[in-house]
Design a protein. Sequence first.
Length: 283
Amino acid sequence: MRLVSFQPAGGTPHVGVVVGDQVFPLDSSVYPDMTSFLSAGSEALAEAEKIGRGEPQTHTKRRLSDVTLLPPVTRPGKIIAVGLNYRDHTIETKLEIPTVPVIFAKFPSSINGPGAPVVLPKDDPQGDYEAELAVVIGRKTKAVSEAEALNCVAGYMPLNDVSARRWQFADKQWVRGKSCDTFCPTGPWLTTRDAVPDPHALSIRMRVNGNVVQNSNTSNLIFRIPQLIAFISAAITLEPGDIIATGTPDGVGVFRKPPVFLKSGDAMEVEIEGLGVLRNPVV
């Protein structure tokens, strides 16, 4: 099942179920956003599945082309990202392969949606892309075992961990360079866990202006999703709507020879097998 946050022209945001080229909205008085929907648990999912099957037949629907897609999770409590989690990317950075996950935060104010512009800061000309598989948490999770970790996942979506490299490296801490406004595009939708048989067997690509600049597979993750959730939740309580960005493969702009940075007018596309294509212009 594909879940979206969307806004009809002149209307209020809704959570909806995508079927083909149509979206079926859920009751916004009950589920005003994706976080409230996920917090409602299995009953909400069952309701969404019925609506997606056309039950009842009179349920309102809209064409996807007639609405604006928003970030699937418009107000995540936390965005926890993982660095150096693909071996080839770690090698291109000339850093050592990590023995434990390297985690950092992107502030929720950086969240951005499909089709929305990524705004490069004037004071850092080294904007860069990072295609990533994002995990969305579906229930409150603390100190979960690896064996149980996937049961805490609501679903998956493409994410672009846009980075201001000059600030990132000059600051030593990565937060400012990773958390600029608009620097966390997600979407186009959240694909529920049951629809993704193996999240560790998905092709992942980044295209800039139609050219493939990253091309890998989530099978190449150093630390897999259950390991990441167990590692993070040992210290940090995860809650519905929290996002874990699982890392990027090799091919980022800063480590190309010569380096290649984003510029106004560029078009970025993150494509993950079975999860859709996330498109964002650069301004």
